[in-house]
Design a protein around this ligand. Structure first.
Ligand SMILES: [Fe+2]
Length: 234
């Protein structure tokens, strides 16, 4: 089955790419930690929310692109490798399917049972109009949690667990899923206290004029700015 068909049928597909292609994002991560970012590369930091007592012990951070030069680093990596195919898989036109948000997700230590959710939820956003692509930034421990998706419909809360599938992350493989329709969560896992599980996340949105206000609202809800301008590499 083609990747596009698989994405449309099941809401999830996987893309192989060269692991070295992520080097500029690794450098970005080191520069964030060393406080060594170029002034035009603005990165915001967000901590996870405490959904429950269990989450009080979770150390999870999102380093998100906050300026055009910051989103450019993520876009250029994507457009420079096999992951660029994502923009043809989601939606109807790669020209308007753009990386509108991007971040590095860092989890230190273990992770409890997560909350099922979709990334780009809005009544005016449909299936195949947004997407999320996740991949390990660094070598990944086999005991780190994968991505759990459910084939249950959004309204069938009771069936989420029963219809769940675990997708293990692999170095050099991106997992692409529908940003609006695919309900998912991080698979819970036990790790050593100092273990760092680090993923790169690209969020795609269809930037047709009528959808930009909708995406802007989604961005206001998740706290990261949205970027609608054209990619440097079409
Ligand atoms: Fe998510």
């Amino acid at each position: 089955m083609s990747k596009k068909k698989e994405f449309l049928n099941s809401g999830v597909t996987k893309l192989a790419f060269s692991f070295d292609a992520l080097d500029p994002i690794r450098q970005l991560y080191y520069d964030i930690l060393d406080n060594n970012l170029h002034p035009s590369v603005d990165i915001g930091i967000k901590a996870h929310e405490d959904y429950s007592d269990e989450f009080k012990s979770v150390s999870m951070r999102w380093y998100f692109a906050k300026s055009p030069d910051a989103i450019k680093i993520f876009r250029d990596v994507l457009d420079g490798c096999e992951l660029a195919l994502s923009r043809d898989i989601i939606g109807k036109s790669r020209n308007t399917m753009r990386v509108v948000q991007a971040n590095i997700i860092e989890t230190i230590g273990s992770y409890p049972t997560g909350r099922w959710h979709s990334d780009f939820h809005h009544t005016k956003l449909g299936t195949n109009e947004s997407g999320t692509l996740l991949t390990p930034l660094f070598p990944f421990q086999p005991y780190f949690g994968g991505l759990e998706t459910t084939s249950a419909h959004r309204d069938e809360y009771d069936a989420y667990d029963e219809l769940a599938t675990v997708h293990k992350y692999q170095e050099g493989q991106g997992i692409l899923f529908d940003g609006t329709s695919t309900i998912h969560r991080t698979q819970s896992y036990k790790a050593y206290p100092g273990d760092k599980r680090i993923l790169v996340c690209w969020q795609f949105g269809c930037t047709r004029d009528e959808l930009q206000p909708v995406l802007t609202e989604v961005g206001e809800n998740n706290g990261d700015p949205m970027f609608f301008h054209e990619h440097d590499y079409a």
